[in-house]
Design a protein around this ligand. Sequence first.
Ligand code: C2E
Ligand code: CA
Ligand code: CA
Ligand code: CA
Length: 275
Amino acid sequence: VKAEGRNALRVFDNELDAIVQARRMLEADLRSALSLGQFELFYQPVVDLQSGAVRSVEALLRWRHPVRGMVGPAEFIPLLEESGLINPVGDWVIEQACRDAVAMPGEVRVAVNVSPVQLRNRSLLGVVSPVLARTGLDPRRLDLEVTESILLERDAALLDDLRKLRDLGTQIVLDDFGTGYSSLSYIRMFPFDKLKIDKTFVDDLGRSDEADAVICAVIGLTKSLEIVSTAEGIETEDQAILLRAAGCMLGQGYLFGRPVPLAELCFEPRDVIRA
Ligand code: C2E
Ligand code: CA
Ligand code: CA
Ligand code: CA
């Protein structure tokens, strides 16, 4: 029994080694991914739940790995954040998204995700304004998606940058609402333009009266704060209808379109919601 236990431990040890090894290799590959041009942006439409018009597209990072194929951000964003590589990669994302947006229909905005690590010890305005100047993108066509963790840090310089960007017409979006601390008092600390209700709430829609009540309360809150509400991860027509009835303004999800390369992006209004 004792020997067996030791063997099991050795197997476990080897597996752990393998995981650590795989992670190291991934990290090493990540270091050269940017200079090798292996990152790509996919875009997913965000539609007006009333009219079906495409209002914006969210840029979502993909890594075309030579051996592993297309790798999703959940697998490598944490590694980028831990290694600090998120700064150069994040700068590239902002620049590429703005460049791509210039070629999109003029009424469509582009939304870029910004990691809290990217906002630490550097000026967001200092990164974004030269990009706007270089690409010629109207700042009123840019959305920056941040998570509420930036509010917890109470970084006065960052809040000042966000205010200045807002003055230029760039909109600040509170992403993944409902997944973090989400103390309602935090969302008063900064005047966001838009709030994205996390997919987990959308998944629960129609399953219980309580779940529906929570989402209705959030949408009611956005209305009284004059924030535009967006629901993420809409997969069914029923979810879209419920959200629209609750007063949610914008929707994003596979129902309206999956993230696709720029060349495959369709800007035609979505006609998927029953009258
Ligand atoms: P997110 O910002 O919440 O982005 C939405 C995620 O939900 C995307 O996953 C999108 O593909 C997925 N999604 C959209 N609609 C549906 C749906 O109807 N059903 C389901 N099951 N999923 C849906 P993705 O592209 O894998 O990105 C995951 C996360 O990685 C993003 O979550 C964001 O936090 C992060 N991320 C992506 N691109 C970037 C980037 O350029 N910079 C940073 N810092 N983070 C990024
Ligand atoms: Ca987002
Ligand atoms: Ca989100
Ligand atoms: Ca999410």
